[in-house]
Design a protein. Structure first.
Length: 344
């Protein structure tokens, strides 16, 4: 059964390392490698999450060999890209197996399966489609996300980030996918922290990625070389099997068309020892007494495509069923942060 943990020890960088340019085009964001870190410990409880005190330095792996180009793979074959092919309207990635070429625009790479399709437009369930609208994407960091703290007990991005870093300690210095990044509030924090070799800000919504891009553009001295914006579907991730060190998914599992299908994909791309950390909300406590709630959530799912979790056990089941181990959960009212690891 789930372990509920209320204390965390976290680390922050004191010094960013050298950056290494990457040939990925047309996306303007590439790769950064950091060298040394001092640290800050952050303790958390269920109500007051953060308190900072000095602590020992944290060892950060220096993954010299990996580049963005190594990380991405064809979402159809899961095989590596052979080149930054020069065909079509600009440079892109060509799959070494199926030879399909994937392109991007000045904002993001499009690594969805249907990328480049001329006549076919895919429609997802409402819980995915709503975030593709320009209005919701615009409002997301301008009140929508903040409301999660009011009704759900979400601690807020900065405090959630401190908790996330605690879970990611074993994989610091590696690559991280911010899956369903939305407007990139965590992707930006990951990139600015300098704690990861690459940050991939991944979402299905073109408009959310546009917001992410605009927020980055507005920030002075943002380490653009440390982040890549990618459009992809969570159930068909454009990464090679066992290639990624960490996957974060903030407030997103309940929006995914198939949470188990998505976590299976996350498990596939995580390398042995790789870490999955995610947040969502659970309708339990007083909600457990609401008659027919279980039946009601099924109906909600059928209509909206949104999954409402009723217990930590459901989330643990998904992780276990997808081959992840060491499930943990931290709660604050309806908010839950979970983590699980790919077995070594
Ligand atoms: C509530 S937002 C979460 C944004 C951000 N991670 C956060 O912590 O606030 C949910 C995100 O999931 C994305 N999403 C929904 N369905 C998806 C899918 N099939 N593949 C990838 N992302 C998806 C939406 O576009 C949206 O940006």
């Amino acid at each position: 059964m789930a372990t509920t943990t209320l204390v965390s020890n976290l680390s922050l960088p004191s010094q960013l390392g050298n950056s290494r340019p990457d040939s990925l085009k047309p996306n303007p964001f590439a790769v950064n490698f950091k060298r040394s870190f001092a640290a800050i410990t952050v303790r958390a409880s269920s109500t007051a999450f953060v308190e900072a005190t000095p602590t020992d330095p944290v060892e950060v792996q220096d993954n010299e060999a990996t580049t963005c180009n190594d990380l991405f793979a064809c979402p159809i074959c899961f095989d590596p890209f052979s080149s930054n092919g020069e065909s079509g309207s600009g440079s892109g990635f060509e799959c070494s197996t199926c030879k399909k070429t994937y392109f991007g625009n000045e904002i993001h790479l499009d690594l969805t399966v249907a990328s480049g399709a001329k006549n076919y437009g895919e429609s997802m369930p409402a819980a995915t489609e709503i975030f593709r609208t320009p209005l919701v994407s615009f409002l997301y960091e301008r009140g929508w996300r903040q409301s999660f703290s009011v009704w759900g007990g979400f601690p807020g991005p900065e405090k959630e980030f401190e908790l996330i870093k605690d879970y990611l300690k074993p994989v610091l210095g590696g690559s991280i996918i911010d899956a369903s990044c939305g407007s990139g509030l965590f992707s930006r924090l990951f990139a600015k922290s300098g704690l990861f070799s690459h940050v991939v800000a991944l979402d299905y919504s073109e408009n959310m990625l546009k917001q992410c891009y605009e927020f980055i553009e507005k920030e002075e001295n943002f380490p653009k070389e440390n982040i890549t914006l990618v459009r992809a579907d969570i159930s068909r991730l454009p990464f090679a099997t066992s290639s990624v060190d960490a996957v974060h998914a903030g407030a997103a599992i309940h929006c995914w068309p198939s949470p188990s299908g998505a976590v299976a994909e996350i498990s596939r791309i995580l390398r042995p020892g790789g870490v999955f950390v995610a947040t969502t909300y659970i309708l339990d406590g007083p909600f457990s007494f609401v008659p027919f709630l279980r039946e009601g959530t099924k109906r909600t799912r059928q209509i909206s495509g949104s999954q409402i979790f009723l217990s930590e056990g459901e989330l643990e089941d998904i992780c276990t069923a997808c081959g992840l181990v060491g499930f943990t959960a931290v709660r604050n009212r309806l908010f839950v942060m979970i983590s699980a690891t790919k077995p070594s």
